[in-house]
Design a protein around this ligand. Structure first.
Ligand code: ADP
Length: 306
């Protein structure tokens, strides 16, 4: 089966309890509200890709519990192709449990569950008959699954976008397979040891990352924008972020990666132009309340840019 994008990554059930103030250690208290949301970087990126109308499949894992069934249902409601989502036996679905106080500050714990249980064999079987132009992945599934997927995608000649989030020890090993990496400021700092306080610092970091063995690096700088370094052209471009009133910055990078992957699979598009469109998509997400429902469609991004 041939797709435009295969996106691989984490699937989590996010549960949030809303309180006035964080409890003290050992304290019991009444909460104001409770919310469950579909999350995980992989799922966020898959929703973004589905909303760009691109032919895709999502490779990930859920457990054989009720959350797993709910997650598949939620992903299907978002028009995501879940044919490649694996159900792992005797495993819990990835779960994030968080507390949010009145100021919006949050503390949460993540149980990786099925995401961490993905094996090399799972990936080999899932990708056996699949092909695509672009392969997008991040670092929230098991080390074995990431490295195996990278090897197979590279062998099949896919264009590999690696979003090194969260930054983990395997980045340098993984980098050798990627065509494009998209770290945020903190990830780029950890990867290079360079403190990033300016576009110049980000440029230095992007060049350092490219030296580690990848052609293209985009260093994302939140509300400032992003630096695009294309080593084959020796070109550095700064793409300014769109000015919006930020109400929820969660998932900005996931929307960025999803739009970028969709565009690069569709058109012979320049990386800088694709970054401009991805930035507009992220800005729209940041300006809205909510989770997956707040991720913009292709049409919304086009209208926003006109
Ligand atoms: P991550 O979510 O991976 O930490 P960033 O926070 O750097 O990544 O955001 C990714 C991209 O989203 C930025 O490069 C920018 O284009 C856009 N973005 C993020 N925050 C804002 C904001 N407050 N206003 C406008 N655009 C934003």
């Amino acid at each position: 089966m041939k797709y435009d994008v295969i996106v691989m990554g984490s699937i989590n059930m996010d549960m949030f309890v809303y309180v006035d103030d964080f409890p003290n250690y050992g304290e019991n208290m009444l909460a104001n509200n409770f919310e469950t949301l579909a999350g995980g970087k992989g799922a966020n990126q898959a929703v973004t890709i589905a909303k760009q109308g691109v032919k895709h499949t999502f490779l990930g894992a859920v457990g054989d519990d009720d959350f797993g069934i709910q997650m598949i249902k939620l992903l299907n409601e978002m028009n995501i192709n879940t044919d490649s989502v694996i159900q792992k036996e005797n495993t819990t679905t990835g779960t994030a449990v968080g507390i949010v106080d009145e100021t919006g500050e949050n503390t949460f714990m993540v149980l990786p569950g099925a995401n961490a249980a993905l094996t090399e064999t799972d990936i080999q079987q899932a990708l056996k008959d699949l092909d695509s132009k672009v392969f997008l992945l991040q670092m929230e599934t098991s080390r074995a699954s990431i490295l195996e997927a990278l090897k197979i995608a590279k062998n099949k000649g896919m264009y590999i976008i690696l979003d090194p989030a969260p930054e983990t020890g395997i980045f340098e090993e993984a980098l050798a397979y990627a065509d494009l990496v998209t770290p945020n400021r903190q990830e780029a700092e950890k990867l290079t040891g360079i403190t990033i306080n300016s576009v110049e610092d980000a440029t230095k970091a992007a060049k350092e990352i490219a030296k580690l063995g990848v052609k293209n690096a985009i260093v994302k700088l939140g509300a400032e924008g992003s630096v695009v370094f294309e080593s084959d052209k020796g070109a550095v471009n700064f793409v300014k972020a769109n000015k919006v009133k930020a109400v929820n910055t969660t998932g900005a990078g996931d929307v960025f990666a999803g739009v970028l992957a969709s565009l690069l699979s569709q058109e012979d598009i320049d990386l800088v132009e694709a970054t401009e469109i991805a930035s507009a998509g992220s800005a729209l997400k940041v300006s809205r309340h909510g989770g997956h429902e707040a991720i913009p469609t292709k049409e919304e991004i086009i209208n926003y840019r006109n």
